[in-house]
Design a protein around this ligand. Structure first.
Ligand SMILES: [Zn+2]
Ligand SMILES: [Zn+2]
Length: 262
């Protein structure tokens, strides 16, 4: 498998995943033209994308969907409970291109797709667990908290993109954020804080995950270095050393590291 995050954060989320015979995107929250440009950097032609998996209807996950999928006739996979909320935001996309899934795993060519329901204030939010040839990666953003179902589903992934959205104090003290919005983000259906993310990583490190990509990092209530140091500091306090026991990197609105999992 080859995996690359093309963009992450509230300005747009998009991750490219490739197996020997399938190429997919998970979310397309940047414009279609920007997606095409970034795929080209990877040597991938947009028309060769077989499918787009959509987590939920928020615009930072579907911004480029309508234009991209209607232009390239790409199949679009959305959970049956969230499909209506996504489709009402489309202007050109044909309903024939939409494939809804439920809670059962399915396959796209040689790619196995399992999903998990994430607690978030969307109609339905899916986390994705993608596997091929015994290699497994998970993409888990947006969620207000973790639970045993989520952690057990993603355990054993070689690579996990996990939300590390905000620093709680930075968010609470942000004078530009209305109180209502702070409550929403901090709530059980909001976004995962650096500390909550770190606690999930503690579990993942103990169950074999070797690489974490801190994802959906807030531009206003966090920084890449703060997310990284907060997570590493917590892990060190429970005896887990970054670089030795697990690798932690960050994502941003720019393309990040390309991973090859053989
Ligand atoms: Zn969202
Ligand atoms: Zn989001």
């Amino acid at each position: 498998m080859r995996v690359c995050n093309l963009s992450s954060g509230s300005d747009g989320n998009c991750t490219y995943v490739e197996t020997d015979n399938v190429k997919v995107l998970v979310d397309i929250g940047i414009s279609a033209s920007e997606t095409v440009k970034r795929l080209r950097v990877l040597g991938v032609d947009a028309k060769d994308i077989d499918a787009i998996l959509i987590s939920h209807e928020h615009s930072d996950h579907i911004k480029g969907l309508d234009v991209f999928a209607s232009k390239y006739k790409t199949k679009v996979y959305v959970h049956s409970q969230g499909v209506g909320a996504v489709y009402t935001k489309m202007k050109k996309l044909s309903a024939k291109q939409i494939y809804s899934f439920d809670d059962m795993p399915f396959t796209i060519g040689d790619l196995n797709v399992d999903t998990v329901c994430l607690p978030h204030d969307a109609v339905h939010c899916s986390g994705f667990i993608l596997s091929c040839n015994k290699r497994k990666i998970s993409i888990i953003t947006d969620l207000g908290h973790t639970n045993d179902v989520i952690l057990n589903k993603i355990s054993g992934s070689s690579l996990v993109y996990l939300e590390s959205n905000h620093d709680v104090e930075m968010l609470k003290n942000n004078p530009n954020y209305p109180y209502k919005l702070k409550i929403r983000i901090l709530g059980k259906l909001g976004h995962l804080s650096n500390l909550d993310c770190a606690k999930a990583i503690e579990f993942l490190a103990k169950t074999g995950t070797k690489q974490i990509m801190l994802s959906h990092i807030s531009r206003h209530n966090n920084t890449q270095s703060l997310a990284y140091t907060s997570v590493c500091k917590y892990l060190a306090s429970v005896g887990i050393v970054e670089g030795r026991d697990i690798k932690i990197s960050t994502t941003s609105i720019n393309m990040s590291t390309i991973f090859k999992l053989n």
